[in-house]
Design a protein around this ligand. Structure first.
Ligand SMILES: Nc1ncnc2c1ncn2[C@@H]1O[C@H](COP(=O)(O)OP(=O)(O)O)[C@@H](O)[C@H]1O
Ligand SMILES: [Mg+2]
Length: 413
């Protein structure tokens, strides 16, 4: 691919000569990586980024003159394709959060291991090069508010499972972070209306929630969205679930569906976490969805119910590519393969997520989606791959105004 044929240009910004040298030495034998500049403080970093247009900037936080956070903010504005990685000591968590808000894409603790450093540079370098290509091909037009092309509407991805505990929320939050990018705005809507826990997974709290948004659906605009949604350090915006189960009664199907459709004008991807039941509410969201990611553990009872759900999708005359199967918690030990699942369900496995209970549980307890923390872990790479596949799926332009889906009266509503 031509995006990778050139070397990844890297700028290192750190006030300690020793750190700069260590990093340069770690990278010197990598044929695809080129350290094109080293700065001693934020100001030099900004200047170097302006001149060298790096793909990746390795940025320290505490530096004299201009710190890493201010420098990150400036570079993100000046060179939007540059991906900034904070390289910092562990104690800097608060600063780290600020750096993420300023637009940093990742962080490594100091001193980084060679593997970690090189893998992070390769991954972000590739993303940067893809963005460089995209910028040449599709110039960003002012007035586009969802980060997608001027006319394209964002995509609605509903995470559903016939069985609770399958990993809907795990998928929703991690997929959202994996999809989020410089040129892609992503929000998560916690529409598990009674017992939503997206806020826990993101360690976010807020007073406004889906209840407010649904009630004010006639007033959707950028400022309303900013007031309803909580901002996560990854850049993902989060519409938190209702604060108590009884509030969920205030959320009704028609306005909720309208809200999701409206959000497509403001986000490239609208990721929706829903409950494991099928009521008017869930079906209305599925009607609006571009994809329903059907999350299932690799166990026979769940897969049998997934089969029933796919049958329902057919009766509802959903397009064939709307419901896609994502098998979560995959492990050789279970003795079930994606091939055997495909054979028994007569439905392709769209994505599979590796089982790792340590990674999954630690992420929830820390309130940091694992794709941000341990990107090399099995479940992280699975979800990053899934995000890439979805993006590729949506890359060709959808014909505007898809035919409305007919509903047969299966559920009285
Ligand atoms: N890939 C995985 N490997 C191991 N455990 C997982 C994985 N995905 C999810 N889990 C665990 O399964 C449980 C349920 O996940 P959750 O996302 O809350 O499911 P749901 O939203 O469908 O109810 C959580 O304890 C989570 O840590
Ligand atoms: Mg959940």
């Amino acid at each position: 691919m031509s995006a990778t044929s050139d070397k990844i240009r890297v700028v290192v910004v750190d006030d300690t000569a020793e750190t700069r040298e260590t990093i340069r030495k770690l990278l010197q034998f990598e044929n695809d990586i080129d350290v094109v500049g080293m700065g001693r403080n934020g100001r030099e970093g900004v200047q170097l980024a302006h001149e060298m247009r790096p793909n990746v900037v390795l940025m320290d936080i505490n530096m004299p003159d201009m710190d890493g956070i201010a420098a990150t903010r400036a570079i993100v504005k000046d060179v939007p394709t540059a991906q900034i990685v904070i390289v910092s000591v562990q104690q800097d968590t608060d600063y780290l959060r600020q750096a993420m808000l300023a637009g940093a894409r990742d962080f490594l603790s100091k001193p980084p291991s060679a593997d970690e450093l090189i893998n992070t540079i390769r991954r972000l370098g590739l993303a940067s090069k893809e963005q460089e290509l995209a910028t040449v091909r599709v110039p960003v037009t002012p007035g586009t508010s969802n980060g997608a092309s001027p006319t394209a509407l964002g995509k609605i991805l509903v995470c559903y499972s016939p069985k609770g505990g399958s990993g809907k929320t795990t998928l929703a939050v991690n997929l959202a972070v994996a999809l989020q990018g410089e040129d892609r705005k992503v929000c998560v809507v916690d529409a598990n209306t009674q017992f939503g826990d997206v806020g826990v997974f993101f360690n976010l709290k807020g007073k406004t929630s889906l209840v407010t948004a649904v009630q004010q659906v006639d007033e959707v605009d950028e400022s309303a969205i900013a007031s309803w949604m909580a901002a996560h350090a990854s850049g993902v915006k989060v519409l938190l679930g209702s604060q108590s189960p009884e509030d969920s009664e205030l959320i009704t199907a028609a306005p909720l569906k309208r809200l999701l459709l409206e959000l497509r004008h403001h986000f490239t991807y609208v990721v929706v976490d829903v409950a494991s039941i099928l009521r008017d509410l869930e079906l209305a969201m599925m009607d609006a969805a571009d994809r329903v990611l059907v999350v299932a553990g690799p166990d026979i009872p769940t897969l049998a119910n997934v089969k029933k759900y796919f049958d329902l999708c057919e009766k509802l005359e959903y397009s064939k590519d709307k419901p896609v199967l994502v098998v979560n918690k995959m492990d050789k030990r279970w003795g079930i393969t994606s091939q055997s699942i495909e054979e028994s369900l007569k439905h392709p496995v769209y994505g599979q997520i590796a089982y790792d209970d340590r990674v999954a549980t630690q992420a929830i307890n820390a309130g940091v989606p694992f794709v941000m923390g341990d990107r090399k872990a099995g479940p992280s790479t699975s979800i990053i791959e899934l995000a890439a596949k979805l993006r590729a799926d949506f890359a060709p332009k959808d014909p505007a105004g898809k035919p409305a889906e007919k509903r047969k009266s299966i559920f009285s509503r």
